[in-house]
Design a binder for this molecule. Structure first.
Ligand code: ATP
Ligand code: MG
Length: 220
């Protein structure tokens, strides 16, 4: 574990199913950052049947984005709750208004972009299994759990997400193109964007790790 003296705030971006969850888990394991995933937070609300979760479920199941003001309020209040610590935001911001809301609240040091072709993603999402309570993800093709259908850490059952059906995946990719790609441009203009391209998480990860190791040791 690389410890940090300065507070470091990063965002991880990439199309749905690009490996943000997996790479985030590796980042938080190797570096002292707190992981905050908007998708995990929303799914926890749905699971717990909170008012917000019930309101947002149909939106999410249809592969649509939830309203900017709702998600921004939710995430920014969670970030405030973290206090003065280093974090990694996953799944937020996903639109330019969300990026602006984040900017108004705090400064971001780095945006890691996982650049994975859409074709790869479509194949991937249909073979994905999730441990809902933790957000850990597995893939029956290239990252299977030790015991089929069960989470490695807790032994609890894995599920396929309601929004991982082929039609919904297509819709999510569309909204990524129209609403989220402009956010990449937004951060590119600020000089914060660092992209990593590839089709396999295990091949992309060493480059992300090496980059972060250098970046974080230069902060000490
Ligand atoms: P993955 O996380 O597997 O790469 P993804 O990015 O599509 O795929 P999540 O981040 O888990 O999935 O989000 C799931 C759903 O939650 C989204 O399709 C969307 O409906 C909603 N959601 C999550 N984050 C946001 C956000 N920042 N703004 C609006 N909606 C969001
Ligand atoms: Mg996710």
């Amino acid at each position: 574990m690389t410890s940090m003296h300065k507070i470091f705030r990063a965002v991880i971006m990439g199309p749905p199913g690009s490996g943000k969850g997996t790479v985030s888990a590796r980042i938080t394991k190797s570096f002292a950052l707190t992981h905050l995933s908007s998708g995990d937070i929303l799914r926890a609300n749905i699971n717990a049947k909170t008012e917000l979760g019930l309101l947002m479920k149909s939106c999410i199941d249809q592969g649509q984005l939830v309203p900017d003001d709702v998600i921004s309020r939710l995430i920014l209040s969670d970030l405030r709750g973290l206090g003065q610590c280093s974090w990694l935001l996953d799944g937020f911001p996903r639109t330019v208004p969300q990026a602006e809301a984040l900017d108004d609240a705090c400064s971001v040091d780095l945006v890691v972009n996982l650049n994975v072709p859409f074709q790869t993603i479509k194949q991937r999402l249909t073979s994905r299994w999730t441990h809902l309570p933790s957000g850990r993800v597995y893939n029956t093709d290239f990252n299977p759990p030790k015991v089929s259908g069960l989470d490695d850490v807790t032994g609890e059952p894995l599920v396929q997400r309601d929004d991982d059906s082929p039609e919904t995946v297509t819709r999510r990719l569309k909204s990524y193109e129209t609403q989220t790609e402009p956010v990449l441009e937004y951060y590119r203009c600020k000089g914060l964007l660092q992209s990593f391209s590839g089709t396999e998480t295990n091949k992309i990860w060493p480059h992300v790790e090496e980059f972060l190791r250098r970046k974080l040791s230069s902060l000490k």
